[in-house]
Design a protein around this ligand. Sequence first.
Ligand code: GUN
Length: 355
Amino acid sequence: GKKDEAPAPAAAPSAQAPAPAGDKLKIGFVYVSPIGDGGWTFQHELGRKAIQEKFGDKIETSMVESVPESADAERVMRDMAGQGKKLIFATSFGYQEFVQKVAGDLKDVNFEHATGYKTGDNVAVYDTKTFEGAYLAGIVAGAMTKTKTVGVVASVPIPEVVRNINSFVLGAQSVDPSIKAKVVWVNEWFAPPKESEAATSLINGGVDVMYQNTNSPAVLKTAEERGVRAFGKDGDMSAFAPKAHLGSAVIDWTPYYTKVVEDKLAGKWQTGNFWWGVKEGAIDLKKIADDVPQEVKDKVEKARAGLKDGSFAVWTGPIKDNTGKELLAAGSVADDAFLRGINFYVNGIEGTVPG
Ligand code: GUN
């Protein structure tokens, strides 16, 4: 795994010590939406089950679902620590301040915060390069749109989400540079009725292929009802919309969760900033629809292979924002600092990033 930062000085010995023989390592997972969301949280839950299966009686895992990004998260994490959990996975961006607060008080617990950027002696952050999945989906979208207008139902305006929207559009424009895109924000991670409404307004605006950065299959279901196309995200959502489904950009958290548990059991847990992608098997576009032409599937495979062997990067210039300003020169490849700070829409996307 890639580390962006040097390891921090060792935390208090108690946080590093391997669990005494016979003692199970207790691990807690905090989820922002229900495990039945079919997407983001469902995939974390698959990861939890996979490590429970793999490490057997060495560990004991549990989870709390539908925990808002508020003081509720702090209460849940303190409660988990009180139950003896020494490793806590907080799986949504908005938990960040609460993780910082609780981790500052409880130095003998290791925290893993998904999609955040604030690390600490006992806090690591991790994410998946979901933008690579978005780009692969974009290739399919670019080939399948007839209106030459694709759309995204966006969740919470943080760089991760803006990067995903742009990456989807860059994928579509790799097929046809004239493609335009529309975005509707719902300002929540999991709000199926609002997600559907947003999808409806995109369709009414001429969009015929949609992506989303929300947690539920509502966008796909709306596409199914309206006879347009859409993608699954985070989980395999093909079953929710057999006709509309064009593919699912599926996250696999299991490799990372396995690594963290191995490290912790060996007394080698470390902080850092982990960001795994196609290369590490953390994300891929799966179940591409049968009616997508073979040449398009080949194009996806070529990009996937390039991401795997490092010969291709989604964010390679020239890239201009939607005011025409060049932000990445021809041939230059964005570094992680650029990627983490994306706060603009690429050329072809209507509107401005909320801010
Ligand atoms: N769903 C809930 N929280 C998050 C998050 O932080 N990132 C993404 N991609 N989806 C989420």
